[in-house]
Design a protein around this ligand. Structure first.
Ligand code: 5GP
Ligand code: MN
Length: 325
């Protein structure tokens, strides 16, 4: 923490980023930290390695995030003193921003799979979200919360705890929520923005998911949704982000492990399957995602399987059944 505060104090140009397919925790953590670091004539810039979903446009400052997909173009920029990664578990999650020339790389994160890829690392898997780590960092920097930074951090906290329902919701998360609320968050407004942001296309995908929802025949505690490329095309194509569709199979009584698989095409045109995995403690899905080169948290993880949907299912389902034993 001290080393990171010193590095920030000494930096005249700071770039921040979050992970590919960014979520509310990553985006809000980055924006809150950026707002607090914009002092004097320091130049602070926010990046995302892939487009920011429209549903997060309500986050103050989101419209100023630059989207960078091209590593060559990123590499040609003049170097910044500090690049701060928010909510990224490994350097691969930085996408094109991994090519950003910089003095030092700071890694702020809470994923248990985080491999400490930064020159300076503030990684706390016990923290419910990266927003809570940023809240601590702001305190260490002596930067008081404002209504804007508190609103951002609160959005990250609500999102990553699943509205204070996931296994990561603990006393520290509630204490942090209280500090943020006291700093001027319009709690109901934030919740409304986060939960009331679906469009008709998202709902069509939910209908397709509902039609494909199955409970496993041999393991009743396992349920999931597998959407083929044709299913997704029939529902109007992939969404900007898949949100919490995986919560649908998870909401079935008796289910302790839920999955969402969606088939797409990789850059080489070959089929790939993105997987979202969720479980109830003590069941762990993080290690299963790691077996496919993915990661995340113990009870919420994701990975990409380089195969078509049928093959991906055949490889993944036995491992999910084993995780329940
Ligand atoms: P989701 O299922 O919502 O995409 O992701 C669940 C959690 O796992 C999130 O914290 C996300 O950052 C992480 N995650 C998802 N996919 C990957 C991946 O391919 N690699 C790593 N390292 N983490 C992932
Ligand atoms: Mn997070």
């Amino acid at each position: 923490m001290r080393a990171i505060c010193q590095a920030i104090a000494a930096a005249a140009t700071i770039d921040l980023t979050t992970h590919i397919n960014p979520d509310a925790d990553g985006i809000a953590s980055m924006l809150a930290l950026a707002a607090a670091l914009r002092t004097g004539d320091r130049r602070v810039r926010c990046w995302s390695p892939s487009p920011v979903p429209a549903r997060y446009a309500f986050l103050p400052g989101a419209s100023a995030i630059a989207v960078a997909a091209d590593a060559d173009r990123i590499h040609r920029l003049p170097p910044c003193d500090l690049l701060i990664a928010c909510d990224c578990a490994d350097a691969g999650r930085l996408g094109a921003l991994a090519a950003r020339r910089r003095g030092r790389l700071v890694n702020l994160d809470h994923h248990s799979s985080n491999d400490r890829f930064g020159d300076l690392n503030l990684v706390d898997p016990r923290s419910a979200c990266t927003a809570m780590i940023v809240e601590r960092l702001l305190r260490a920097l002596g930067r008081p919360l404002t209504p804007v930074t508190a609103t951002l951090l609160y959005a990250g906290l609500v999102y990553d705890t699943g509205r204070f329902q996931h296994a990561n919701t603990d006393a520290a998360a509630f204490r942090c929520a209280a500090r943020l609320a006291a700093a001027g968050v319009e709690v109901a407004w934030v919740n409304r923005q986060l939960s009331g942001s679906l469009d008709e296309h998202d709902l069509a995908l939910q209908a397709a998911g509902l039609a494909r929802l199955v409970r496993d025949r041999t393991e009743p505690r396992l349920a999931g949704i597998a959407l083929s490329a044709a299913d997704i095309a029939a529902a109007g194509g992939p969404p900007e982000d898949w949100g919490d569709l995986v919560e649908l199979p998870r909401s079935l009584r008796g289910v302790a492990l839920a999955y969402l698989l969606r088939e797409g095409r990789g850059p080489d045109g070959r089929p790939v399957v993105r997987c979202s995995l969720r479980s109830d403690p003590p069941v762990a899905v993080g290690p299963v995602a790691a077996q496919f080169g993915g990661g995340g948290h113990v009870q919420a993880a994701g990975c990409t399987i380089m195969a078509d949907l049928a093959t991906a299912r055949r490889r993944l389902l036995p491992l999910l059944r084993a995780a329940l034993r």
